[in-house]
Design a protein around this ligand. Structure first.
Ligand code: PLP
Length: 654
């Protein structure tokens, strides 16, 4: 059963059932080549012609042309190549052609990248100019008026993919009056959401991608105004009357045709007014769940299907992770930049403060959205807000205080926090300036008082008389390991220490030391840097234990293991707020031990006479793989992880 609430419609959409049926029909029955003159070919030709006729009506193409292609990126290439070849020809003929390639500062990267590429390839040496936008995301029309007389080609979008901001196309057209410029409008996000009457405008080229509106990926269209210059991107068999060679993607075109048919007939997609109601409900749920939330584009003048927001104190990764745990799929900024935690160039161009631009989250839905999904999305937003709040991430004190050992890492260096929940006191070992704010926020959220800030280089901060410091039932002992090197040993009162914070000390140096009451081989060595160890190591750890293929379990293998050994412990290594927001599944619930708490648990696991099978899991399988690699390197053979993470495997348990 799929529990997903998919709120990333601006990245792509599912395929409309009618489109799926049309594609299957085209592959199974009407599979002819539309260029063939026999009956099978003629049937395919009818599908192609029918889809094109619908496209022309839906886009208001008038006497202009609509070509089918692989999507907007191809459409953009074709438009850019056509425009630039025309500029070259005009220039050669001594006609006014302009010298500037003007593109909106918030365009999809496909636009400036293509302009730069073809400008270089054709050796035109035109100047690329980013047209600024205002704080509302709309183009600066005064700037455009100044650029227009020298503009050779102008590229703007109908609606922005990150913010939903709708461009003032009439205003742009007015600013271009009298300019020799050709004009491309990227209409990818407009299809099905904004009325289009392309032939009634001076727009020369308008690219579209089918997969943004419930057609399959790899399908698209390019509108070309009647009389606009055109140069084919692909030459060959002369399909599309020579404008785009290559045998047509008939399954894709049939599917896109079905979507266009649904658009034309009405009744399938939600109206603008209904979309606005959905947006208002989602926005209200977000405001209630995430205090301080700011929306990054005004709702007026933006597509109601896109909500772009930032929350003070929360990174986009934290928000994405918590939403993903609740099986709600949203994206950071735009999908293309989701893998990198970089500020959004779109929000930067709008002049938003850096924190908003780098922590932005985009929630977008398609016009097929329904009541039940909106209601479920609102419930899950509340669930995520509650999970964040209970974990102290929304400015209120956390519901429960973490206890034990906590590891924070920045730029490859570790800071270790020893926490005693009962007395609300803690010690911080090797605090790094880069983590100061995070540590303060964390301790504040949980009401912790710092009893000691300790360094493994300098004993000046040792607050205790004698060589031991008590934190509730835990005891920290200081050991001088060299002229400027200190170790701290941690363990429960009256038991041998279990952890040693060794700073940069070589473990071998420790081996030579005589420490009364300490079983060196049992100590978990917690170093100062990741280069020494990621989570902690032991004197005789097999540091270069190669990750083995048998550490991966799929859902089936996990089920088998759970049946064969009921002691098996499932360990969720995601953050506490992700665990709290996660939807329950059938079968055993996991214990929450985020990766930064792993070192605290290791000594107890390693001390078991009969190690229980441990299965780590996380969102994608990355964090859990690191946990199992650590366990295996410490000699714990009974450890595995869920390959592919919750995303791949847990559906089988729902
Ligand atoms: N233009 C806009 C506004 C888009 O949102 C996208 C896709 O995100 C594209 C162009 C590129 O579309 P495709 O990757 O389907 O070619």
């Amino acid at each position: 059963m799929n529990n997903d609430i998919y709120l990333d419609g601006n990245a792509t959409t599912a395929v409309l059932p009618a489109a799926l049926r049309a594609a299957v029909q085209a592959m199974e029955h009407d599979y002819g080549n539309p260029s063939s003159t026999h009956g099978t070919g003629l049937k395919a030709r009818a599908v192609l012609d029918g889809a094109r006729a619908r496209a022309c009506r839906v886009l208001g193409a008038g006497t202009g042309r609509v070509l089918f292609n692989s999507g907007a990126t191809e459409g953009i290439q074709t438009a850019v190549l056509s425009a630039l070849c025309a500029v070259r020809a005009r220039r050669a003929a001594g006609e006014p052609a302009g010298t500037l390639l003007v593109y909106g500062a918030t365009e999809h990267k496909a636009v400036p990248e293509s302009l730069a590429h073809w400008n270089t390839l054709l050796g035109l040496n035109l100047e690329l100019v980013a047209l600024p936008v205002g704080a509302d995301g709309r183009h600066d029309l005064a700037a455009l008026r100044r650029l227009a007389p020298a503009a050779a080609f102008v590229c703007t979008m109908a609606a922005n993919n990150e913010t939903g901001v709708i461009s003032d196309l009439a205003g742009i057209a007015a600013a271009l009056e009298g300019s020799p410029a050709l004009w491309m409008v990227d209409c990818v996000q407009a299809l099905g959401k904004l009325p289009l009457e392309l032939a009634a405008t001076r727009i020369d080229y308008a690219p579209f991608s089918g997969h943004k509106l419930y057609a399959p990926k790899g399908t698209g269209m390019l509108y070309v105004r009647a009389g606009a210059p055109f140069t084919p991107l692909m030459k060959g068999g002369g399909q599309e009357t020579g404008w785009r060679s290559g045998t047509e993607n008939m399954a894709g075109i049939a599917a896109l045709g079905a979507v266009l048919g649904a658009l034309e007939a009405g009744g399938t997609f939600r109206s603008h007014a209904e979309q606005c109601v959905f947006r208002d409900r989602l926005a209200a749920a977000l405001r209630a769940a995430l205090p301080g939330i700011v929306f990054n584009a005004p709702f007026d003048g933006a597509l109601p299907t896109t909500l772009n927001f930032s929350v003070p104190g929360l990174s986009s990764k934290e928000l994405l992770d918590v939403f993903d745990a609740a099986a709600m799929r949203v994206s950071a900024g735009s999908a293309c930049s989701a893998a990198k935690a970089q500020p959004s160039y779109v929000l930067d161009a709008m002049g938003l403060p850096e924190w908003r631009s780098s922590s932005a989250v985009r929630l977008s839905f398609g016009p097929l959205m329904d009541e039940a999904s909106v209601a479920e999305a609102c419930a899950r937003i509340a669930r995520c807000g509650e999970a964040l709040r209970r974990c102290g991430l929304l400015g209120e004190p956390a519901a429960t205080r973490p206890h034990g050992l906590l590891q924070l890492t920045a730029a490859g260096a570790h800071t270790w926090l020893v926490l005693d929940a009962a007395s609300a006191t803690c010690a911080v070992i090797d605090p790094q300036p880069a983590l100061a704010e995070r540590i303060d926020t964390l301790l504040h959220a949980h009401g912790y008082h710092v009893a000691a800030r300790l360094s493994t280089h300098d004993g000046a901060s040792w607050p205790a008389t004698g060589d031991s410091l008590r934190l509730g039932g835990q005891c920290l002992r200081r050991v001088v390991a060299g002229p400027d090197s200190l170790c701290y040993l941690l363990g429960p009162d009256s038991e041998p220490p279990r952890h040693a914070f060794i700073g940069n000390l070589e473990p071998a140096r420790l081996a030579g030391m005589v420490l009364p009451g300490v079983v060196l081989a049992n100590l978990l060595l917690c170093p100062a840097t990741e280069a020494q160890s990621t989570f902690g190591t032991r004197l005789h750890a097999c540091a270069d234990a190669a990750p083995s293929a048998d550490m991966h379990l799929d859902a089936h293998a996990l089920a088998t293991l759970l049946r064969s050994d009921p002691r098996t412990l499932l360990v969720d290594v995601r953050e506490t707020y992700e665990h709290a927001a996660a939807l329950p599944w059938r079968g055993p619930q996991g214990t929450s031990i985020p990766l930064n708490r792993l070192a605290g648990e290791l000594p107890a696991w390693l001390a078991q006479a009969e190690p229980v099978p441990l299965v780590f899991y996380c969102r994608s399988g990355n964090r859990s793989a690191r946990a199992v690699e650590c366990l295996r390197s410490l000699g714990y053979a009974n450890a595995w992880h869920l390959h592919g993470g919750v995303a791949m495997a847990m559906d089988d348990f729902r």
